[in-house]
Design a protein around this ligand. Sequence first.
Ligand code: ADP
Ligand code: ZN
Length: 518
Amino acid sequence: MLDRARALLRSVFGFDSFRPGQDAIIGAILDGQDVLAIMPTGAGKSLCYQLPALIGNGLTVVVSPLIALMRDQVAQLTNYGVNAAALNSSNDPAESRRIFDSLRDGDLRLLYLAPERLARPDTVELLRNAGATRLAIDEAHCVSQWGHDFRPEYLALGELRRELGGIQTVAFTATADAATRSDIAQRLFDAEPRLFIGGFDRPNLLLSMAPKNSARKQLLEFLAARKGQSGVVYCASRNGCEDLAETFNAAGHRALVYHAGLDKAVREANQDAFLREDGITMVATIAFGMGIDKPDVRFVAHADLPKSIEAYYQEIGRAGRDGLPAETLTLYGLGDVRLRALQIEESQASDEQKRIERAKLNTLLALCEAPRCRRQTLLAYFGEQSEPCGNCDLCIHGVEVYDGTIDAQKFLSAIYRTGQRFGAEHLINILVGTENDAVLHHGHHQLPTFGVGRERTRDQWRSILRQLYATGLVTQDLSEFGAWRLTEDGGNVLRGRARIDIRRDALRPKGKKAKAPA
Ligand code: ADP
Ligand code: ZN
């Protein structure tokens, strides 16, 4: 059947070959399996459900949250000669009637549905009568509250699927952290789907991160070596953008500003200039970048810590789209971390949401403090295994590490002996020997691990935990108050079958007290 798929790839879509991952995913779909595929934006997810829809009989129902996107796809498919339609709130009556007619006659191959239609009582009936054989879910992270785009309407999908008799379901998303992944799988499928993860690596991007001492000075040095190149410097605040741009301009660079506080006309003029001309440094908040396709952006720097690993990945991903070498530099400072932690605590979010936000911040810090190749750490976060890359600051310059096996064993033992049910602060209380109510209540002051970590500060233990996380020795269960658990690798280190290096420098400049969440 894959031969038939290959033939259609050429004859209908006009492509010579599959992109990485597409053939395996399409193979599994044609084989009738449920699929959860995680691929970065632009990797070619749509083809993975469009092409199988052309093989065999039956209708593929595509659920997609963006009406504009739905329209584009239907127009494109129609253009290819494929019979496809979209049902959503923007249909006029005549259009809807035409769609219902072709559904009845059974000549539609793909029907796009807006999420708000899912919960409507007549939808099941409609799809059943139309002979729907496959449900394809785009932007599947919308079903999860761990994701960044939760859409309550997506929750109706699980029910719809059951009412259609457990119809084959294939789901796609570009957001991929482990928590979101397992949440999607739980909500959409009855059994574990075939999981495909891939294509997140951008090998042409040099990854580097550095503790922030003076953002101005550090960024000026960074820019000095890249004069005449186009790049973006992301900054958390509007004022910060203005200040930095002024500094850069005074130093002879050509810097423009982009943030939501500017007049629309100014914003657009600046963006146009950046797109059209070479050698402009855009100093911007995250308002800049959505849908901007400039292939030759040679660098992206962060003056402040991004919000999460997903945000980091997306922002650095704007560099080097032409595939040529491009560089990234992310500065991280204690102030950023404190501010972010404070924002989370003081927000109106639910306790659960705050826990998720804290965990995201923490994961990003783990990447900042990673003791091994950054790309390995980053890709592992997206579920991809890889070797040291040779194109990140840690691979190129190394970092001062010590044999941290004993420290790791202390922490792993605290996790293990307390039943893998506790969060970081409780575990650290045990390590440094703090007899608070919770410790006494659980009898944890009697554990052999109690107080074995007195020689280190709480901050050092927080950093060590993040490094254990960055190297995949522990995972955090977000559904259970952030309980930490050992992975298989973690078990090996605990039992002395493997060793681990820990970074000395951690997050903290000497002599300063840090308060970072762990
Ligand atoms: P995603 O949904 O993963 O962000 P799309 O499905 O929009 O990505 O695909 C991105 C672009 O890649 C589209 O222009 C699409 O036509 C193109 N594309 C997809 N598959 C192939 C292929 N096998 N060969 C060439 N181009 C492809
Ligand atoms: Zn590396």
